[in-house]
Design a protein around this ligand. Structure first.
Ligand SMILES: *Cc1c(COP(=O)(O)O)cnc(C)c1O
Length: 358
């Protein structure tokens, strides 16, 4: 039996995708080889690679002048690579601090150059992301960095600001969960293991003209331009994670694309937040305007009951509901691949748990 897996990441994948991968795992399309045993420059893998890029361009309606790249080192590597490539000498990069992940991005950027933290609500409870109005933006900043969805606190940017400086956004936990207007962004990056596929690749979408900013002292492997020039094949790309991402993008297209996914994600999240708001027994962690559609976080009034809740839920096949070790509480990560039936099952369990312990 498949678990209702609420893990924040690595996270649940569509069952159909896993089955498809299983069916061709040992012998890929009658080649007598697994896709992961093949050259990253051969015919079969090349077709997968190029289809994945084309599917992402189609799903997000990415215009000319932007590139889709596959990199490694997770979003954590991007915390360093973005400033290495985009923050020149004598320039300032603006960063919003919305929580744990933004804090890490800021720490890395400070190793590279000058950083201005334009708003800081990282430690506020209830949790939230800043509003653009409260940001003290630097004139002529190299870029403005946001974390679109704070996976740990459960706070999400619902709309992206239109800014003079290019927007650089860590979308690790909500990319492909909703349509975007790509022209509003300079650089988007996301580790794959939340909402895209297995761990091992980072999806990067970059406005090509920004890549040219990179100083000559940056080694080639750390330059966006190198990945643009080589179709992400400068070195051996993690072929199997790209293949898995290819299957996920096909699944998204077959299920109505990002409009349909967004509607479904909003519906799943709203059901869960309604259940939390229906009683004082539970209380949401994030302020309502910033509640994440991906990572729903809450507390139980009697905090001693939280570990009981998580343990009993696990026995009901509702797995990995424990909040991040830094904040505690309960967290239900309900990414694209998380079935609505699992949300319904969790809500039933919440009601029943309250009836027994409330
Ligand atoms: C998980 C996560 C990261 C870190 O990703 P890695 O792939 O482990 O480097 C960064 N930012 C956000 C928002 C995340 O959810």
């Amino acid at each position: 039996m498949r678990a209702y897996n609420f893990s924040a990441g690595p996270a649940i994948l569509p069952e159909e995708v896993l089955q498809q991968a299983q069916a061709e795992f040992v012998d890929y399309q009658n080649t007598g080889m697994s896709i992961m045993e093949m050259s990253h420059r051969g015919k079969e893998y090349s077709a997968v690679h190029d289809e994945t890029i084309a599917n992402i361009k189609e799903l997000l309606q990415i215009p000319e002048g932007y590139s889709v790249l596959f990199m490694t080192g997770g979003a954590t590597a991007q915390f360093a690579l973005a400033p290495m490539n985009l923050l020149g000498n004598g320039q300032i990069a603006d960063y919003t601090n919305s929580g744990t992940w933004a804090t890490k991005a800021i720490k890395e950027a400070k190793l590279i150059g000058e950083v201005n933290v334009v708003a800081d609500c990282a430690k506020e409870i209830p949790t939230r992301v800043p509003t653009i109005e409260e940001c003290q933006l630097t004139p002529d900043a190299a870029y403005l960095h946001l974390t679109s969805n704070e996976t740990i606190s459960g706070a999400q940017w619902k709309e992206f600001p239109k800014t003079e400086a290019p927007l650089v956004v860590d979308m690790s936990s909500d990319i492909l969960s909703r349509p975007l207007n790509i022209e509003d962004f300079g650089l988007i990056y996301a580790g794959a293991q939340k909402n895209l596929g297995p761990a091992g690749i980072t999806l990067v979408i970059i406005k090509d003209e920004l890549a040219a900013r990179c100083p000559d002292t940056v080694p080639q492997i750390f330059r966006y331009q190198t990945f643009i020039d080589n179709n992400s094949l400068f070195n051996t790309v993690p072929t199997f994670p790209v293949y898995m991402l290819c299957l996920v993008t096909r699944w998204l297209k077959a299920n109505g694309g990002l409009e349909a996914m967004h509607a479904l994600n909003q519906r799943k999240a709203a059901k869960l937040y309604n259940a939390i708001d229906a009683t004082d027994f539970y209380s949401g962690t994030a302020i309502k305007a910033c509640r994440s559609d991906m990572n729903v976080t809450w507390r139980i009034a009697n905090e001693d009951l939280e570990s009981v809740f998580i343990e009993e839920a696990s026995k009901e096949n509702l797995k990995t509901l424990k909040g991040h070790r830094s904040v505690g509480g309960v967290r239900a990560s309900i990414y694209n691949a998380f079935p609505e039936a699992g949300v319904d099952a969790l809500i039933s369990f919440m009601k029943e748990f309250e009836a027994r312990h409330g």
